[in-house]
Design a protein around this ligand. Structure first.
Ligand code: PA5
Length: 468
């Protein structure tokens, strides 16, 4: 397993390497007590409250068998698999698909997709996008997976209503065979609908919030339908869990990463940039942004004090953003921690051919591979950040596969939980998101939200002076 272990390199967070903006050994060691407390808090609360996600690498065996059987049936029967969900119900499935399947998966002929259906993850309610979906799917060959933990999110439920209407009009009482609902076992409206209409159901276990739900049916079903080895993903997550079983920051990589971010936040580094050097990991950055932003951005601490903490996550892509954002990262304000996500072995090698012998300034590329080029550019960016004294660290994946993706996602879930514990906040709620959801319900007249509607109506009238 050692050759599939992720590596965290935090040298460039230290003053010995990047100069005065870096942390001293003394600073790091003085935070190690806080880190131990965070480790113990997470360990003691495993499987409790909203920390049910810690057990997902171990308690999904029966579910996994059912998912694999269902995935096979879907592959045999359908050509399109449409996920309806938003936030944690969508970002994981998108990130996994991009990481582990062909870059142009949906464009491949079915035999090159190993008989798996095309995947569409509809995580927005832009009417143009919804209308466009109907132009690319054939309803008869479409299975939809509607995912909502609360079973009431307006975006997901409106998508469901549109698809369900189309399916019932087309197939009458057979429409239910095209729908799978993934939701809470008891709470919410989706479970009621699933029971009423007779949909196949998967349960989001207790204690598993949206952004921590990739290793349960939320993420596993779409992945299995698209031919991804979900058992390996879970094994990777379990492996990271074992690797992180120490309260010593030098032996627990997610704890070390969390401690570094905690120190950085305390010094006013309010931005966390996630910059993978692999297109396959591009949407991992989106998934990370939700996890980090929604978990750590909090008004109150656990004692009810107003703290307004958090670190704004920013996604970037190596090397694309070397030609846009990296200028800011190297010469802009000292307010960011930059994470470079690298890959040792890409899944293919592309040679740069000869063909420019008479122009040495181009010819130097010839004979190299794109693999060498992208690695050199990651090293070059790391060097530029080091030279300019900006905090950065690197996570290396030996290769991108189901196992290492399970490891990576669990790494970040742990890092987030540790950092939230150090900040003394509730990492697992999202009152700011709920506020927006409730205001939407009120604006569109959901029963029970009359008071909220009045609250919205009592907002000050907008002045025309400020509308130009
Ligand atoms: O992480 C979260 O809890 C949120 O982002 C939710 O996933 C998102 O709001 C969707 O909620 P639900 O699954 O209840 O429809």
């Amino acid at each position: 397993m050692k050759d599939l272990k992720l590596r965290l390199d935090v040298n460039n967070m230290m003053s010995d390497f990047i100069g005065e903006k870096g942390f001293t050994e003394t600073e790091l060691n003085s935070a190690s007590e806080k880190a131990k407390e965070a480790f113990n808090y997470v360990k003691e609360n495993r499987g409790l409250g909203m920390m049910g996600w810690t057990e997902l690498p171990y308690n999904q065996d029966g579910i996994v068998e059912d998912i694999l059987k269902t995935a096979k049936e879907i592959q045999e029967k359908f050509d399109y698999f449409v996920v309806l969900g938003i936030g944690g119900s969508a970002l994981g499935p998108i990130a996994i698909q991009q990481a582990l399947n062909h870059m142009h998966y949906n464009d491949l002929p079915k035999e090159k997709r190993n008989g798996c259906p095309k995947l569409y993850v509809e995580d927005n309610i832009d009417p143009e996008r919804m209308a466009s979906l109907f132009d690319v799917i054939d309803l008869e060959k479409t299975c939809i997976n509607v995912i909502s933990k609360s079973g009431s999110t307006s975006e997901t439920m409106s998508q469901y209503l549109i698809l369900w209407d189309a399916l019932t009009k087309a197939f009458g009482d057979k429409a239910k065979d095209h729908v799978i609902a993934t939701t809470d076992a008891e709470k919410g409206n989706l479970i009621k609908l699933a029971q009423k209409e007779g949909f196949k159901k998967y349960v989001i276990p207790d204690g598993v919030g949206g952004r921590f739900s990739e290793m349960c049916p939320v993420g596993l079903l779409a992945a299995a339908v698209c031919g991804i080895d979900i058992k390996a993903m879970l094994e990777g997550a379990a492996y990271m869990d074992k690797l992180a079983d120490s309260d010593d920051i030098y032996k627990n990589a997610p704890l070390m990463a969390a401690t570094m971010q905690y120190l950085a936040i305390n010094k006013g580094y309010n931005i966390s940039v996630m910059m993978p050097y692999a297109d396959s990991l591009k949407f991992m950055a989106d998934w990370y942004c939700q996890l980090w932003g929604e978990s750590l951005g909090k008004k109150h601490d656990l004692n009810g004090n107003v703290v307004n903490v958090g670190q704004t996550p920013v996604k970037a892509l190596g090397v694309t953003d070397q030609h846009s954002q990296v200028q800011l990262y190297t010469e802009g304000p000292f307010d960011k921690v930059i994470t470079l996500l690298g890959v040792d072995n890409y899944r293919c090698e592309v040679k740069i051919p000869d063909g420019c012998e008479d122009i040495p300034a181009v010819n130097f590329l010839c004979g190299h591979t794109m693999n060498e080029l992208i690695t050199a550019e990651r090293n070059a960016t790391e060097y530029a950040l080091l030279k300019s004294g900006h905090l950065n660290h690197t996570i290396m994946l030996p290769e991108v596969n189901a196992f290492t993706i399970g490891e990576l996602m669990y790494f970040y879930e742990l890092e987030t939980a540790y950092c939230g514990a150090m900040l003394g906040i509730n990492t697992f709620d999202q009152p700011g998101v709920e506020e927006g959801k409730n205001a939407t319900y009120a604006l569109l007249g959901r029963p029970g939200y009359e008071e909220k509607k009045k609250e919205l109506e009592s907002r000050p009238e907008k002045s025309t002076k400020y509308i130009i």
